[in-house]
Design a protein around this ligand. Structure first.
Ligand code: ADP
Length: 291
């Protein structure tokens, strides 16, 4: 286990009837934002619940700042700020009374941080939770998570149901926080555009398995799209072909070693840089073909 990792999973397994999360291994270095992305039902929430020890893993190891998340559960949870869909706030209580009640659980709780964030987010502290819009609920959950001085923020689909402008604002804010305060963040999403700008490490999960976990640069500089016809695609080393998309006038193949493919195919072939969108669409397409 590497001490510089905020989070490290290795060989993690969990099964439900008809679904198995298997051999899940990836790491999040300290001070970076990791995006856990994949189609709905691929296992993102299950991974987050396993990290939070809300469900029991059947095999493997999960370490948070080097500590096992089960044997050191209390220490681990005090360092994590958790934002998820059903956050367990009381509908009928004001934000301020929840701040008082919940803040008491955390040894490093800071009322000053909470007030500053609530001000920045424009949260109406005297209002009941149930009166808040979806966006304001997310902001409240975030302000609470950040006020106990967590070192690692874990967020399950924090942008789900938010409009694009608010999504962008939220992610920019998180990115700034990270730079200011050296926090690490793992968030799940099924929206590719959430990863643009903010995610330093991208972990793609598909049908319960990690398809890749790479830095943004490794992905965008290392991978490529080959555009050609079936013959060109057949000539590619199948080990580097990660997905294929048929178009009216040819075929696009996503490859994980753009440099080698450029050398092998020579000057006649079209080998383009990838966008995150290409990667997501072609990887998901391959999953559909394989299913
Ligand atoms: P995602 O977050 O990527 O949408 P989930 O981790 O929520 O995916 O779900 C992955 C799979 O596990 C789905 O097929 C889902 O039906 C199944 N699953 C999740 N939780 C349970 C549970 N408590 N009991 C049975 N099946 C579950």
């Amino acid at each position: 286990m590497t001490p510089d990792h905020a989070l490290e999973l290795s060989g993690v397994r969990k099964s439900y009837p008809g679904f198995t999360l298997k051999d899940v291994s990836f790491a999040l270095p300290r001070g970076v934002i990791g995006g856990l992305i994949g189609p709905n039902g691929s296992g993102k929430t299950t991974i987050i619940k396993l990290i939070m020890n809300l469900v029991r893993r059947e095999a493997g190891e999960i370490r948070v700042f080097g500590l096992d998340n089960r044997t050191n559960e209390i220490a681990v949870k005090s360092r994590i700020g958790f934002v998820y869909d059903v956050p367990g706030f009381w509908d009928d209580q004001s934000l301020d009374s929840q701040r008082r009640a919940l803040g008491a659980f955390y040894p490093r709780w800071s009322d000053d941080t909470f007030r500053r964030l609530a001000g920045e987010f424009g949260l109406p502290l005297d209002k009941k939770y149930k009166a808040l819009s979806h966006g304001a609920r997310t902001k409240f959950a975030l302000a609470m998570a950040l006020s106990h001085e967590a070192d690692l923020l874990i967020m399950d689909e924090p942008t789900a149901g938010l409009d694009p402008i608010f999504r962008r604002e939220l992610l920019k804010r998180l990115s700034a926080l990270l730079q200011e305060e050296g926090k690490s963040i793992l968030f799940s999403t099924h929206i590719t555009s959430d990863l643009e700008r903010v995610a330093d490490v991208i972990t793609f999960i598909r049908a319960g398995e990690i398809a890749f976990s790479l830095t943004r640069d490794e992905l965008l500089d290392g991978w490529a799209i080959v555009r050609g016809d079936d013959r060109v695609v057949r000539e590619l080393d199948p080990r580097v072909v990660k997905g294929v998309r048929r178009r009216a006038l040819g075929v696009d193949a996503l490859v994980s070693d753009g440099a080698a493919v450029r050398r092998a195919l020579g000057a006649g072939a079209v080998v383009d840089k990838v966008t995150l969108d290409d990667v997501m669409v072609l990887m998901a397409g391959e999953a559909r073909h394989a299913a």
